[in-house]
Design a protein around this ligand. Structure first.
Ligand code: PLP
Length: 417
């Protein structure tokens, strides 16, 4: 066995430094993610440790995914018990956690009579299912918004807006139009009886944590209902408690036709869902028209049930509201000249900078032991575990002025050099 051999069945192997791991990463992985910032080896609660033994406060949570942080005992116990009992079956068979999770989601969504769930393994796949539902209406047009991110598989990518993600893969499935973000007049003009579906994120996460303007979702519901078009709400990033409510759209008092979920749903295990609300949406995909081997597998659905259980038991929705509000207020109270504002809801926050220094700021944060994400050149995104404590959040807001100073210094040095 060489010093760097990982063939110990756990992918861990013997101790190697971060730079040795990164060399091996570059030699073995297709480079779609660029160079990883660190090699992480362990997590506990809201902290992770890298291969050089350094600890970080994880304010990104696997991009809005590790709802219960890392190695949560209830999640570990539930997954371990399920894997020790029944780990995988095909969709020729049903399992109790799969059925139980479908029922829990319908109940959390106050789903009307006739509603049904399709399980996938990711957000892109959940949206792919919604895309197919839209096609089954027989109508030609699907509306999405500029700035939208709905995933990278071809149907989801067709609904995603960013040219750099789309253009290398043309032609994409047709019929998708992107409307200007938050523009009600454009929406009113676009929705007619030829529209199969309008697909929206309540807060555009990947575009920079941009909430839809007040009233937009409500009007979108009225217009789609009046014209018999589906309203698909992509809650992959905003759902499962992230904003302090189970689902971000609930605050807008609407009932969509389809809600898509993933990320936080499994607390870190891969599971996605397309929930069809009401009989019409639920009947769009018939026997044999869609499927996936791992969708609704017992381990991932048990993980999701455990995640929902802990969110309820520990009142984490209230924690998200309280800690999120405090974090927002503390960040604003720094009054740093580089700070332009904070947007978002609950524990999905975008710290807007007055200049495009987010990448520098994220690097400074990492060096100081905080994981955040430069979601666009001018915005830092925070999407930590839902159980982040006020004290943990306060360590970040206390450090923020120095991080922003460091970002400015790094940028000045770059310009000078
Ligand atoms: N939809 C939204 C709103 C997302 O934020 C994402 C991922 O960031 C996706 C869909 C795609 O999810 P996945 O990466 O699990 O395919």
């Amino acid at each position: 066995m060489t010093e760097l051999d990982t063939n110990d069945g756990r992918g861990q192997g013997s101790v190697a430094s971060g730079s040795a791991w990164l060399d091996r990463y570059a030699g073995a992985m297709i480079g779609v993610y660029g160079t990883p910032q660190r090699v992480l080896v362990r997590g506990e609660g809201c902290y992770v440790w890298d291969s050089d033994g350094r600890r970080y406060l994880d304010l990104l949570g696997g991009i809005a995914t590790n709802a219960l942080g890392h190695a949560h005992p209830t999640l570990v116990a539930s997954v371990t018990e399920q894997l020790s009992t029944l780990g995988h079956v095909s969709n020729f068979f049903a399992t109790p956690p799969q059925i139980g999770l479908a029922e829990r989601l319908l109940s959390l969504l106050d789903a009307p009579e006739g509603s049904r769930v399709f399980f996938a393994n990711s957000g892109g796949e959940a949206n792919e299912a919604a895309f197919k539902m839209a096609r089954r209406t027989g109508r030609p047009r699907i509306l999405a918004l500029e700035g939208a991110f709905h995933g990278r598989s071809m149907g989801a990518l067709a609904m995603t807006h960013k040219a750099a993600y789309r253009e290398p893969f043309a032609p994409l499935p047709g019929g998708v139009e992107h409307l200007p973000f938050g523009d009600l007049a454009a929406l009113e003009a676009a929705v007619d009886d030829s529209v199969a579906a309008l697909v929206l994120e309540p807060i555009q996460g990947e575009a920079g944590v941009l909430p839809l303007p007040e009233g937009y979702l409500g009007r979108a519901r009225e217009l789609t209902a009046a014209h018999g078009a589906l309203l698909v709400v992509d809650e992959v990033q905003t759902g499962m408690g992230r904003t302090g409510a189970w689902f971000a759209h609930r605050r807008h008092d609407i009932v969509p036709d389809v809600v898509t979920l993933a990320k936080g749903l499994g607390g870190g295990l891969p599971v996605g869902a397309a929930v069809a609300l009401g009989e019409r949406a639920a009947q769009l995909l018939g026997p044999g028209q869609h499927g996936t081997t791992f969708g609704g597998n017992p381990v991932s659905t048990a993980a999701a049930l455990a995640t929902i259980h802990v969110i309820e038991r520990d009142d984490l929705l209230a924690n998200v509201r309280e800690v999120g509000a405090r974090l927002r207020a503390d960040v604003l109270a720094t009054r740093h000249p580089l700070l332009a504002g904070v947007q978002g809801e609950g524990l999905l926050l975008g710290i807007r900078l007055a200049r495009p220094l987010a990448a520098h700021a994220a690097r400074a944060a990492l060096d100081a032991g905080f994981i955040v994400n430069a979601v666009n050149p001018g915005t830092l995104r925070l999407a930590p575990p839902l159980l982040l404590t006020g004290d943990q959040a306060a360590t970040f807001s206390a450090a923020l002025p120095a991080l922003l100073d460091a970002a400015e210094a790094a940028s000045a040095q770059q310009e000078a050099g």
